[in-house]
Design a protein around this ligand. Structure first.
Ligand SMILES: Cc1cc2nc3c(=O)[nH]c(=O)nc-3n(C[C@H](O)[C@H](O)[C@H](O)COP(=O)(O)O)c2cc1C
Length: 170
């Protein structure tokens, strides 16, 4: 069964997971900007991944509109939080209520690869807001004030296994 992995990625974390998934499932990688080249295929699996931005998943409207054009569709979200973050269940539950059943993969933060505008906004608005709300010693503030990566293929395995199960039952 053909597998297409459509991904959005600003600083490379989602791309790294998309590459793990495509390599393991022998799938084709499709950057989100090229999504229109993807033809509807009722025999194929569609996988969509994007980074969480301000508690939302950019590109998910495209996924929700197009997933019915494939045999089976899966979506994953990549965020700054660790896999066991206490904030994650509420986010995933909210997305599920909106029809999006997500696999979560912990990404990271890469100040060096962010656009200048994003860096400016984070530095001048987001970081001061976190500092004010949670304090300079808070986990959240310490986490996002530097670059780090939590990327590990093991976090992509639950999605990969679900797709393999689907392919085997075909
Ligand atoms: C403007 C902005 C908003 C973000 N909002 C969230 C968020 O609400 N929750 C979260 O877990 N991560 C958030 N992040 C962190 C990204 O999701 C994280 O850095 C991710 O690994 C980026 O993936 P990418 O390298 O594929 O772009 C935000 C990052 C930026 C730049």
């Amino acid at each position: 069964m053909r597998v297409f992995v459509v991904y959005k990625s600003g600083t490379g974390f989602t791309k790294a997971y998309a590459e793990f998934i495509a390599a393991d499932l022998n799938g084709a990688l499709v950057p989100f900007k090229d999504r229109r080249r993807l033809k509807p295929d009722p025999d194929a699996v569609l996988i969509f991944g994007a980074p969480i931005k301000a508690s939302a998943l950019p590109g998910s409207r495209w996924f929700l509109r197009n997933r019915g054009r494939f045999k089976k569709a899966y979506a994953f979200a990549v965020g700054a939080s660790p896999a066991d973050s206490k904030d994650l269940p509420a986010f995933l539950e909210k997305q599920k209520r909106a029809g999006l059943d997500l696999f979560y993969m912990p990404g990271g933060f890469c100040w060096e690869k962010m656009s200048r505008t994003t860096r400016f906004i984070l530095r001048n608005f987001f970081l001061p807001a976190v500092k004010k709300a949670e304090g300079e010693e808070s986990e959240m503030y310490r986490t996002v004030s530097h670059s780090y990566s939590q990327v590990d293929k093991k976090f992509a395995d639950p999605l990969i296994q679900a797709v393999k199960k689907e392919i085997a039952s075909d």
